[in-house]
Write a protein that binds this ligand. Structure first.
Ligand SMILES: *Cc1c(COP(=O)(O)O)cnc(C)c1O
Length: 378
């Protein structure tokens, strides 16, 4: 294949482009009416009361740490097998991320291992729906209730997924989505928080806008000359042309998710006769968003070999993720250490994410599968 096949990529249609151009020609490039429109569409889609769109999933996570009042001395439980932002957002507010290991089958935070990390300083749990598979929210809710902790779902991978018939976005106090190009829908860069809590909603809106209590159009409408800054905040706003792209993308999300599920089923079926390749487990009572299709290989050497072999064949794969507690920053500044999360430390050496995205063609999937087979026949 001449064309490189990445592990993930966006699908932008002509309709998306037309919508964005309309906004580029309008009066409001940012702080305009399309922010709220996009937020309302997300609320309707997931069945949440409030939504605040942000400049990225990372800034949305930061907003959550602000909304629940994380400050110096507070601890927040996070899984170690995740993207950096899940832990970094705690540090942004001077809190301490406490890393918990994952289970071996789905690579989700292991509820049994959360108990031993809870103490008087613990304020919250951030769960990550790794690859698009929702965590065990029944169990996470039990723990949160029992110890009076906030539950924040980092659902950057799982927009549109369901847990026991309930939508992701309704299973935690605050839920974060990311609209980075490799995620389920895209706005270029972008993110959002959904919640049913009005107080969180007000705080999130303020935090996104320098800590100011009113937005530009509200001031115009109410004829208020001065703005009031109530607390420290950031410029974490998303633009109107990004939001119109999000609205246009959201119209296609059902199709996107269906296609991702089809590709995953096809991989699982076709790879089932290669004994060295083991897909992650999927529970029966969930709807998977399949942001990632992850397989486990026998060891690091074979994994690295397969990665290089596929790379030669113009196929992009990736490792999600190098455990965050082993990152130099956390080793140095938070005293994390090797051996702290043994399952994640073993699993990151064996996993590989294969290409999966809505525009991936059957011929391309067959080409990926053929080359995996070839690698093991060598
Ligand atoms: C993508 C991602 C984020 C947010 O990333 P942004 O690029 O800032 O939108 C957060 N957590 C996880 C697990 C992610 O994969």
């Amino acid at each position: 294949m001449k064309e490189f096949i990445p592990y993930g990529k966006q699908l932008i249609t002509n309709e998306d482009i037309k919508e964005v151009i309309k906004i580029l020609k309008s009066d409001w490039l940012t702080t305009g009416p399309n922010i709220e429109k996009f937020e309302r569409k997300i609320c309707d889609f997931v069945g949440a009361k409030y939504c605040v769109a942000f400049s990225s999933g990372t800034s949305a996570l930061h907003g959550c740490m602000y909304a629940i009042g994380i400050k110096k001395g507070d601890e927040v439980i996070v899984p170690t097998l995740t993207f950096l932002s899940t832990a970094n957002c705690v540090v942004f507010q001077n809190g301490k991320p406490v890393f918990v290991d994952v289970d071996e089958e789905k690579l989700l935070i292991d509820p049994k291992k959360i108990y031993e990390k809870i103490n008087k300083k613990t304020k919250a749990i951030i769960s990550v729906d790794y690859g698009g598979h929702p965590c065990d929210y029944e169990e996470l809710e039990n723990i949160s209730k029992k110890f009076g902790l906030f539950l924040i779902a980092d659902a950057s991978h799982s927009l549109g997924a369901k847990y026991k018939g309930k939508n992701v976005g309704t299973l935690a106090d605050l839920t974060v989505f990311s609209f980075h190009p490799v995620k389920i829908i895209t706005t270029g860069e972008g993110g959002a928080v959904v919640t049913n809590n009005e107080e969180f909603y007000i705080k999130l809106k303020r935090f996104r806008n320098h800590g100011i209590n009113l937005e530009v159009r509200e001031r115009l409408k109410e004829k208020i000359l001065f703005y009031k800054m109530e607390d420290i905040g950031y410029n974490y706003r998303i633009t109107d042309f990004q939001c119109i792209l999000g609205i246009s993308q959201l119209k296609k999300i059902k199709k996107f998710l269906k296609r991702r599920n089809q590709i995953a089923e096809y991989y699982t079926q076709k790879l089932s006769n290669i004994k060295e390749v083991e897909p992650l487990k999927k529970e029966k009572d969930i709807y998977h968003a399949y942001h990632l299709y992850v397989v486990k290989l026998p060891n690091e050497k074979i994994r690295d070999g397969l990665y290089l072999y596929l790379r030669e064949k113009n196929i992009g794969t990736n490792v999600h993720y190098y455990p965050v507690h082993l990152q130099p920053f956390y080793l140095k500044k938070f005293g994390t250490y090797k051996g702290m999360c043994p399952v994640a430390e073993e699993m990151y050496k064996k996993i590989l994410s294969l290409p999966i995205y809505p525009s991936l063609k059957k011929s391309q999937i067959d080409y990926v599968i053929k080359n995996i087979k070839m690698f093991f026949k060598k």
